[in-house]
Design a protein around this ligand. Structure first.
Ligand code: ARG
Length: 457
């Protein structure tokens, strides 16, 4: 069964085999392994290193293995060390001697470097679609809520009024940067390591540019030692995934707060909530909590690979086999979180009246009341003090600024006139903020047009 039995006089100890094997997890990229082998043998034949006949037999054999794995006819059995050994042994079983020529001019070191890269590249493309779906959902909420007023917070204290569209826009920005990070990584990693051999290239006249082209890379890598031992792209990907997870976690935290009995800004759909086994009244935001909680394991994967890589001398060392399980887990975790989170927010309802009332009752228009005084000639520092007195008065009476009578306003400052109500309405507070990036409708509409264009690209 072993690819390397020739030099050995003893059977491998079972515990050693179990400790050393990676088939139990690297079977996840069987598809990429076969794809890489097909490209490799196509190049070998073009270069006259294997015959046309062998090329055909090998490709047919590989395709039949692929079909049998996919139909469940061929199962991964424990005696093989890794996916590379598994596929090669199966190929030889199926087509005989021709199968033994597949590994010409190749090492498992450049093979695994290729497989991992292909896998990560495919996953980047899938994650990109999931982030894009989330952005589209956010854009929909934004377009429907340009005049849904709500409090904007600092220190989780009500600060100034914004709109739901504007608040969602902040997340739109975050997830747009996440996509751009994924695109950057894809571009930087897109060079093919195959043909680097174990570490020092090979003596066969390989056409590495051709293999690279067959596999959709921008070209071959330029240093064989780096090629077999570079896992930077894994680290970059896990870093980007950690950032996505962090963004989803912040968003989840807000939704959990907004969904609480105290806030009631949103109602999470029944389909995305769960109940309590003892408290009949409960409807818990478990999905948002899980998305928040799963962030930890994604960060864990990043820390793990950074630590694994820090002490590895050039070139390939077996430590690098540790890049897989945590990376696979982080990818699957983030994909799951993105899909569930998007489903959750697309079915969630927003209690617009509650949001607007909350903005009003939290003195979020206090800055605008001060600005009103400034516009009537009062120095800002004095205006700040006067509005402070208004706020104290309102707290004492349990009312909002807008609920004060004009006489009450005038008792604190004679500068106030009837038009103060208009000046401190939620609508005015928001709509006067028209600089680009601000919540006013005029500014938001321009920004949404830019977002739409970005999504269509
Ligand atoms: N299973 C190994 C890995 O994941 C494949 C490469 C093994 N190469 C070697 N020379 N032992 O890294």
């Amino acid at each position: 069964m072993k690819l390397w039995g020739g030099r050995f006089t003893k059977e491998e100890n079972q515990l050693v085999h179990n400790f050393n094997e990676s088939l139990s997890f690297d079977q996840k990229f069987y598809h990429q392994d076969i794809q890489g082998s097909i490209a490799h043998v196509t190049m070998l034949a073009k270069q006259g290193i294997v015959s046309e006949e062998d090329r055909k037999a090998i490709i047919d054999g590989l395709n039949s293995i692929l079909a049998d794995i996919e139909s469940g006819k061929l199962v991964f059995t424990k005696e093989h060390e890794d996916i590379h050994s598994f596929v090669e042994a199966n190929l030889i079983e199926r087509i005989g001697d021709a199968g033994k020529r597949l590994h010409t001019g190749r090492s498992r070191n450049d093979q695994v470097a290729l497989d991992m890269k292909l896998y990560c590249r495919d996953e980047i493309d899938e994650i990109d679609v999931l982030v894009k779906n989330l952005l589209e959902e956010l854009l929909k909420i934004m377009e429907e809520n340009l005049d849904t007023y709500m409090p904007g917070f600092t220190h989780l204290q009500k600060a100034q009024p914004v709109t739901l569209a504007h608040h969602m826009g902040a997340y739109f920005e975050m997830f747009t940067r996440d996509r751009s990070r994924l695109h950057d990584i894809r571009k930087r990693m897109n060079y093919c390591p195959l043909g680097s051999g174990a570490l020092a290239g090979t003596t066969y006249p390989l056409d590495r540019a051709y293999t690279a082209q067959l596999l959709g890379f921008d070209g071959p890598t330029l240093n064989s030692m780096d090629s077999v031992s570079d896992r930077d792209y894994v680290i970059e990907l896990l870093s980007a995934l950690s950032t996505i997870a962090m963004h989803l976690s912040r968003f989840s935290e807000e939704i959990i707060i907004w969904n609480s009995n105290e806030y009631r800004f949103v109602e999470i759909d029944d389909a995305y909530s769960t109940g309590s086994s003892i408290m009949p009244q409960k409807k818990n935001p478990d999905i948002a909590e899980l998305v928040r909680g799963k962030t930890g394991r994604v960060y864990g994967a990043l820390m793990s690979i950074l630590t694994t890589m820090k002490g590895i001398p050039l070139a390939y060392d077996k430590d690098m086999q540790e890049d897989k399980e945590l990376t696979f887990d982080a990818i699957d975790t983030v994909k799951g979180c993105l899909a569930l989170f998007t489903g959750m927010i697309s079915t969630m309802t927003f209690n617009k009246e509650v949001m607007e009332a909350s903005a009003k009752n939290g003195f979020t228009n206090a800055t605008d009341a001060a600005d009103y005084l400034v516009n009537h000639g009062v120095p800002f520092r004095d205006a700040h003090g006067i509005v402070g007195q208004l706020v104290l008065f309102c707290i004492d009476k349990g009312i909002a600024l807008d609920d004060m009578t004009l006489d009450e306003f005038k008792a604190i400052s004679p500068v106030f006139e009837e038009d103060v109500y208009e000046a401190i309405s939620m609508k005015t507070c928001v709509e006067k903020r028209t600089t680009i990036g601000a919540p006013g409708q005029e500014a938001m509409k321009k920004v949404i047009a830019i977002y739409k264009e970005q999504l269509e690209k």
